[in-house]
Design a protein. Structure first.
Length: 492
């Protein structure tokens, strides 16, 4: 046997071995395309389109048909975070765009309608389309106009669609994306719930949390420095009363997309393991027992799992500052009967003090902070202290994380007693606390910040999110500071 003497020969030999191992019975590339092209179209129907997080019903028909899709482009102002407004460019009036569900082999007649109030022309690139620009070449549509084209659904899978009008990154960054499912002929396995979630990164001229109407920043988009990374168009789209409801003991399917335009998603549901994952929306290949799945920008994935016990399950991008600082958080709320064998919950709460340890202290190198000469200066300085030390848990909008970190916005516990607030920040807090009628049970560490920094951050919190507007001075902090010993123990 002659051994290869160049890298190209190695690659050719590897390809030959792979072909032999695959077996000659495998169908040639494009053979399935031809079968779908040859399939007879019977009848027609208008597509059922849904807004996230809802999904159209599964397709049960056994034949291919003509499916008529009407998708309207609208430019709408909405809220990306509490008090932060943004002009979204949308497919259907919301971010993400409407969920489109068709069957492999269908003939799709697609109508892209650009609302007369739009300021920009738009088009659509559906990653499920075989043809120039995925439909973009045929769908460039001015405001007040409609474009029509058709395509045959040759390949099953879950695909992103997005606007592809220049500058493409700007149109996508403004929210112009959604998902189209080309359901395989045999369908997907039956589940009890199906939901639709798309991650996107947003770039504003103001900083994260700056209130009012925020315009798009092309500079930040080019530098890939998003101010917000969110699910379904806002930081609160899947939280509180908009969390996804399920029942323990039943199965859940998430159709997950990543509109981008830039960030890759590390999608994870805290407290769950995906029983099945169809990575990159490939319905021919399934992987099992996956905790976190990677979804590139412009791609999608399907994940299935069974919820075995009731409780709250948090959806995150596991690039965690995106979740806890920029908004990529959602929640599944599972009701039902406990199963202590699967998950016991906390059995006991005991003190653990190994030698040389004590109460957890979030220690920082001390540095003399600039002295504020007015309440305005104190609040402005406190914003930076809050962003560096508090926002990860209590969030940039002060709303906290349900059942984990209490809200600071309009917080009765906080507003009732500012001296108590000083003691909590300087000495920490362990155990149960009730805020706005909700009970929280956790640990807040003592912060080794200067009197000036603590006065500034508390003044900022009191001045924000509908709180009382109280001012806290460095002298008040000094007089009411809880002293913490070298090992982290409270000494008075």
């Amino acid at each position: 046997m002659r051994y290869p003497n160049s890298w190209n020969q190695v690659k050719r030999l590897s390809a030959l071995i792979a072909f032999i191992l695959a077996g000659a019975s495998n169908a040639p590339a494009g053979d399935n395309d031809q079968k779908n092209l040859d399939e007879q179209i019977k009848g027609e129907e208008r597509a059922v389109l849904t807004d996230a997080p809802n999904v159209p019903p599964a397709i049960t028909r056994k034949n291919a048909t003509k499916v008529i899709v009407h998708l309207e482009v609208k430019e709408v102002e909405g809220e990306i975070s509490s008090g932060v407004r943004y002009v979204f460019w949308t497919f259907g009036g919301k971010v993400p765009g409407k969920f489109i569900r068709i069957r492999e082999g269908d003939l799709v007649e697609f109508h892209l309608d650009n609302h007369p109030s739009s300021k920009m022309p738009h088009n659509i690139d559906l990653h499920a389309v075989t043809g120039p620009g995925g439909g973009a070449a045929s769908s460039f549509t001015a405001p007040g106009h409609s474009s029509v084209f058709s395509f045959k659904a040759l390949n099953p899978g879950l695909y992103i669609y997005h606007c592809a009008t220049a500058p493409v990154a700007m149109h996508v960054a403004n929210g112009m994306y959604g998902l189209i499912l080309v359901e395989p002929k045999g369908g997907l396995p039956k589940v009890d719930y199906e939901y639709y979630v798309v991650q996107g990164d947003f770039y504003t001229k103001g900083k994260n949390g700056d209130k009012g109407l925020q315009p798009f920043s092309m500079v930040k988009a080019i530098d890939e420095r998003p101010d917000y990374v969110v699910f379904n168009g806002s930081t609160s789209s899947l939280l509180e009363d908009r969390a996804l409801p399920v029942k323990a003991g039943e199965t859940v399917r998430l159709f997950i997309g990543n509109g981008g335009p830039n960030m890759t998603s590390s999608f994870h549901v805290i407290g769950e393991i995906f029983d099945r994952v169809w990575p990159e929306g490939n319905t021919n290949t399934v992987t099992e027992n996956v905790a976190t799945t990677m979804i590139p920008a412009g791609s999608a994935a399907i994940v299935d799992f069974k919820v075995n016990v009731p409780g709250n399950y948090v959806l995150v991008d596991h690039s965690l500052t995106r979740a806890f600082n920029k908004g990529a958080l959602g929640m599944i709320k599972a009701s039902g009967e406990e199963n202590k064998l699967v998950y016991s919950g906390k059995i006991s709460d005991e003190v653990f003090l190994p030698e040389g340890s004590g109460i957890r202290v979030a220690d920082q190198k001390s540095a003399k902070a600039p002295v504020a000469t007015s309440k305005v200066e104190r609040v402005a300085a406190g914003r930076a202290v809050y962003a560096a030390n508090c926002a990860a848990c209590h969030q940039s909008n002060g709303e906290g994380i349900p059942h984990a970190f209490p809200p600071l916005a309009k917080a009765d516990f906080l507003n009732a007693d500012k001296l108590r607030a000083i003691k909590v920040v300087t000495g920490g807090l362990t155990g149960k606390v009730t805020v706005n009628g909700q009970e929280f049970n956790g640990v807040m560490p003592a912060w080794s910040l200067s009197d000036e920094d603590i006065a500034n951050v508390l003044s900022y919190v009191y001045a924000s999110w509908g709180n009382s507007g109280k001012e806290v001075t460095a002298q008040e902090v000094k007089a009411n500071r809880v002293k913490v010993g070298a090992k982290g123990q409270v000494v008075e």
